[in-house]
Design a protein around this ligand. Structure first.
Ligand code: OGA
Ligand code: MN
Length: 274
């Protein structure tokens, strides 16, 4: 008998909890079912599954191709503590709604976080389902958004946490370049989602005010209650999100408290064949 996915919805328009055992998750038999569910609910919690790094890599590989993280590592330390992550300063941008790797040539399809050290206070991770938020927009608005393109950059994110940055810090981020992404992502599956977040600088062809008002209104809409889920971490939780159809952010926490998550990523569009 094959293994079947055991899950429950968290909210009608965002989130699910998968309750299969670790062995079932690592067997690879749930690949197709998880890849389908994630495009629907945006984020999946695997409560207290306690993956080791090797198990996390193995599980990630069952979902697609495990890709190298920043600095070539397969498992990346997510922490605002400079001792644990030399890029902790840049991670301050993750306290604001974002999509991972919007500058990458090949998008990050899935990200998986596992909890290693809990924060002393704060530190929930919040998610927003940009598929269902898009679906619920009025049809005339969908038509107006259909062909819009948005300029994204890593340097745009610095102003969220450091409004008057040192020039060399800004120039360093500028060297990461800029990208032009559609405002509405048409997925290989035929589904559509909004692409927003702190790297979204301006809508091509709109004046600065019009552009800001549109991006801000859509961000407020997509992160509103029906599409929003706040994950309060328990040690050993694993949380997977569809990075092409959601946004996420960390809530503030003590940067010196040792809060530590391990991240792995899968690149590219999904193959739903499995
Ligand atoms: C990430 C991220 C949020 C958090 O790992 O990409 O944004 O809560 N993490 O640390
Ligand atoms: Mn992130």
């Amino acid at each position: 008998m094959g293994v079947s996915l055991k899950f429950e919805r968290i909210k009608p328009k965002v989130g699910a909890r998968v309750l299969n055992t670790k062995e079932e998750l690592l067997s690879g038999e749930l690949t197709g079912a998880i890849n389908r569910l994630i495009e629907d609910c945006g984020v999946i919690v695997f409560p207290e599954v306690h993956f080791t790094d090797d198990e996390q890599k193995q599980f990630t590989n069952t979902l697609g191709n495990l890709a190298n993280e920043v600095f070539g590592a397969e498992v990346y330390n997510i922490s605002l503590d400079k001792k644990l992550n030399p890029r902790a300063e840049y991670l301050k941008g993750s306290l604001f709604w974002h999509v991972d790797g919007t500058m990458n040539k090949v998008p990050i399809r899935l990200s998986l976080l596992t909890s290693k050290v809990l924060p002393t206070w704060g530190g929930n991770t919040e998610f927003s389902n940009c598929y269902t938020a898009y679906e619920d927009l009025p049809e005339d608005e969908k038509a107006r958004l259909a062909d819009l393109k948005v300029n994204h950059s890593a340097w745009n994110t610095v102003f969220y946490y450091d409004p008057e940055p040192a020039q060399d810090k800004l120039e360093d981020l500028v060297s990461m370049g800029e990208a032009e992404l559609p405002l509405v992502w048409r997925h290989a599956s035929g589904k559509k989602s909004l692409v927003l977040g702190n790297s979204a600088h301006y809508v091509i062809g709109k004046n600065p005010l019009e552009s800001k008002l549109l991006l801000n209104r859509l961000r407020e809409w997509a992160t509103s209650e029906p599409y929003h889920y706040a994950h309060e971490w328990k040690l050993g939780d694993a949380v997977l999100w569809d990075n092409t159809g959601t946004m996420h952010r960390a809530m503030p926490y003590d940067p010196d408290c040792g809060r530590l998550l391990h991240r792995t990523i899968v690149q590219g569009e999904p193959s739903l064949a499995a």
